[in-house]
Write a protein that binds this ligand. Structure first.
Ligand SMILES: [Zn+2]
Length: 284
């Protein structure tokens, strides 16, 4: 009898996990330019990190256990990527977990435009302003506040007029891909924050005109461009759906529309991909 108990105990030692839980991807496949959602479903963590390519990302507490949003930027080649997590529970016990994220290449549409040269190549005095504003925005994209995002929703109800990642050729010269999503909204349409967060920038910028930047925490920020009117101030706290301004055509814009950019840990991410993920899961 003692012998059987001993054998069973040894067998359990080798088969029983150190502590319970597992890593789960909301979707095991994403396209380049999209976001992957990784959950730890199990015991609460005191600390958790996951390595994706050369980046180490934190897992944040969530009702499920812990969660992180992984930016899969446009330049990530198609392939299978290991996600290797190191986890510590509330008693200080450590464990490791691993799974694979499959990335497919999504071909984006191409657009060739012919515009007056002054709209394509800025003059020297504008270059100084553009560089200063680019530094200002990059400082905001480096914010790593604690989590403020909850649910996500569209900023306007109007249809999309230009998708994220569109490859643009202007006057025969390739330019950087479209950094966000354009919505075909009439001037004056109220613009809503895509999730809860804090306003970290209200400014009139060369390219994006009257602009609002909202920090949703954990390195996730949203940018609302070309507004005709701004209805919030810096440090305002917003809930998902709160109106922050009105659609316009300020800055480098050829007509009224909303341009929405999403940055995750500094990377540009397709805003519609982020909204779609959470429409299907957290907002059934
Ligand atoms: Zn745009």
């Amino acid at each position: 009898m003692t012998r059987i108990i001993l054998i069973l105990s040894v067998a359990l030692l080798f088969t029983w996990p150190a502590w319970c839980g597992e890593l789960v991807l909301l979707s095991p496949q994403v396209n380049n330019g999209e976001v992957a959602v990784l959950y730890w479903q199990g015991e609460p963590l005191s600390f958790g990190v996951v390595r994706f390519r050369d980046e180490v990302l934190y897992l944040y507490p969530d009702p499920e256990g812990a969660v992180t949003l992984l930016p899969v930027s446009l330049d990530v080649p198609a392939g299978d990527y290991p996600l290797v997590a190191a986890l510590v529970d509330l008693q200080g016990r450590t464990t490791a977990a691993e799974l694979t994220l499959h990335v497919d290449y999504k071909k984006r549409p191409k657009e060739e435009l012919t515009l007056p040269e002054r709209m394509v190549t800025p003059v020297q005095k504008d270059v100084i302003r553009i560089n200063r504003e680019s530094d200002l925005l990059n400082d905001k994209y480096e914010l790593r506040s604690s989590r403020l995002w909850t649910v996500f929703e569209r900023p306007v109800d109007d249809p999309v007029s230009s998708v994220f990642g569109k490859r643009r050729v202007m006057n025969g010269k390739p330019k950087s891909p479209h950094s966000g999503t354009d919505f075909r909204s009439p001037a004056g349409t109220p613009v809503r924050s895509i999730s809860s967060g804090r306003v970290v920038l209200v400014s009139d910028l060369f390219y994006t005109g009257q602009t609002v930047v909202v920090d949703h925490g954990e390195g996730l920020l949203s940018v609302y461009a070309h507004l005709s009117k701004i209805l919030v101030e810096e440090n305002h706290e917003l809930q998902a759906g709160d109106v922050l301004g009105k659609v316009g055509s300020t800055g480098r814009s050829t007509g009224a529309h909303l341009h929405l950019t999403v940055r995750l840990l500094g990377e540009r991410i397709d805003p519609l991909a982020l909204l779609a993920i959470f429409d299907d899961s957290l907002n059934p």
